[in-house]
Design a protein. Structure first.
Length: 227
């Protein structure tokens, strides 16, 4: 499927004036970050090279950025994933993100975040690789730190990034390229509600639903698969 990208630049909140250095006081600690100059594929282990190749030829990450750039976004012109992709998912889990790390692709043209998801509940386990209490998944995007300390957050404008310490419902897929799962669709789960992490798909019948109603509907759709 052809994918077209549009780039958007976001300026830092405090701009350099009268020769003063640009101040970046954003709290980006909830996102994974990677130093641009320290990503040397020749020094990476073979497993990391295999994982990172999923994001090669992405033509997204810049080798140099304007000093006032704080973020780079893009919009992919492709259909959004299904609202509840039961059949398309290798496994479906409810879990809390325990660890977030960012990595550059092998060619340094892409950046992705890797999430260690501590499992609270497995809803579909057909493609669950190991019953070890957690799964590892990734998604494009992350914070790239350039020489001099400039931090640039790369983010897909129609996909939000899971953050450390938050609970989500994950629909995960696999492929023949990487040992990691890939996030197809996800929902942030709150005390009584839920939030869609991918844009472009209407919630339809679940527009005014609470978390319990939404999860019950998903379990009903999964019931025939467990028989």
């Amino acid at each position: 499927m052809r994918c077209l990208s549009a780039l958007t630049f976001v300026c830092l909140s405090v701009i350099a004036l009268f020769g003063q250095a640009i101040k970046d006081d954003r709290d980006l600690s909830k996102y994974g970050s990677v130093e641009y100059d320290k990503n040397d594929p020749d020094r990476l282990d073979s497993r990391r090279v295999t994982i990172s190749q999923r994001y090669d030829n992405d033509h997204w990450v810049y080798s140099r950025v304007h000093p006032e750039t704080g973020g780079v976004g893009r919009i992919k012109e492709e259909p959004p994933p299904p609202l509840i992709p039961v059949d398309e998912s290798a496994c479906i889990v409810i879990g809390r993100v325990g660890k977030v790390e960012a990595f550059l692709s092998n060619d340094k043209h892409g950046v992705y975040s890797e999430f260690t998801i501590n499992i609270d509940e497995v809803l579909k386990k057909d493609g669950l690789k190991k019953a070890r209490g957690y799964v590892v998944a990734d998604r494009e995007g992350g914070v790239v730190v350039y020489p001099g300390g400039q931090r640039v957050r790369y983010a897909n404008s129609d996909q939000d990034i899971p953050v450390r310490g938050t609970q989500y419902l994950f629909f995960l897929t696999t492929d023949s390229v990487s040992p990691n799962y890939r996030i197809l669709t996800s929902y942030e789960l709150t005390t009584n509600g839920f939030r869609q992490m991918e844009m472009g798909q209407s919630l339809g019948e679940f527009k005014d639903a609470n978390k319990d109603t939404f999860l019950k509907a998903i379990r009903r759709r999964l019931a025939p698969l467990s028989n």
